[in-house]
Design a binder for this molecule. Structure first.
Ligand code: ZN
Length: 196
């Protein structure tokens, strides 16, 4: 359909809780098409509806790296059923142009959602995979949570944000994740792939 303008960090709507989808209407179908068009145009891994100005519980992910490995997955009204383990994830976000930082994530997630036809599905993302981390990143957007809220070092993250001309960390939103942090420190880290 069309490539949409990305809502940038600092816009209040990015901090809002998004609403459930009650019907897979034409509007939702167009929203999903726009999410994919915008995601592919910007070479992202995932994109959530609030990032294109629609505060609805919808996001799309494609961890495929080229047209041959394309694997678009649409999540409508997602619920995280299970999360385990801890991992360092080097992430960015299309709402934060060119800013990357280390954040804490669960290693594994199991998620339930509806697809574009309204059919429920359950997906288990492999431990530490790009998909597992992308699901957590995009899911957070639906609750107004941003990746920097999970940052492992707020000073390092603030430095990156300022270098990219972005607003500093919103400290009220920082999430206390002592247990995750301890687990990350105590577990060997695998090779890291960027999420954005
Ligand atoms: Zn994001």
């Amino acid at each position: 359909m069309s490539v949409k303008k990305i809502v940038k960090y600092g816009t209040p709507s990015l901090r809002e809780k998004s609403k459930e989808v009650h019907k897979i209407s034409k509007k939702i179908q167009i929203l999903v098409e726009d999410l994919y068009d915008t995601l592919y145009a910007l070479n992202g891994v995932g994109l959530a509806a609030p990032q294109i100005g629609e505060n609805l519980r919808v996001f799309v992910i494609d961890v495929g790296t080229d047209p041959k490995t394309m694997n678009p997955i649409t999540f409508i009204n997602p619920k995280i059923l299970k999360k385990e383990g801890a991992i360092n994830s080097y992430e960015g976000c299309l709402s934060f142009p060119d800013a990357y930082t280390n954040v804490r994530r669960y290693k594994y997630v199991k998620v339930k959602a509806l697809d574009i036809k309204g059919r429920p599905f359950i997906l288990e993302a492999k431990e530490g995979s790009l998909l597992a981390r992308a699901i957590q990143h995009e899911f957070d957007h639906l609750d107004g949570i941003l990746f920097i809220d999970h940052c492992r070092n707020r000073f390092e993250t603030d430095k990156v944000l300022s270098e990219k001309g972005l607003n500093p960390i919103e400290s009220d939103f920082l999430i206390d994740e002592k247990e995750l942090e301890e687990e990350i420190i105590n577990t060997p880290q695998e090779e890291d792939k960027k999420v954005d």
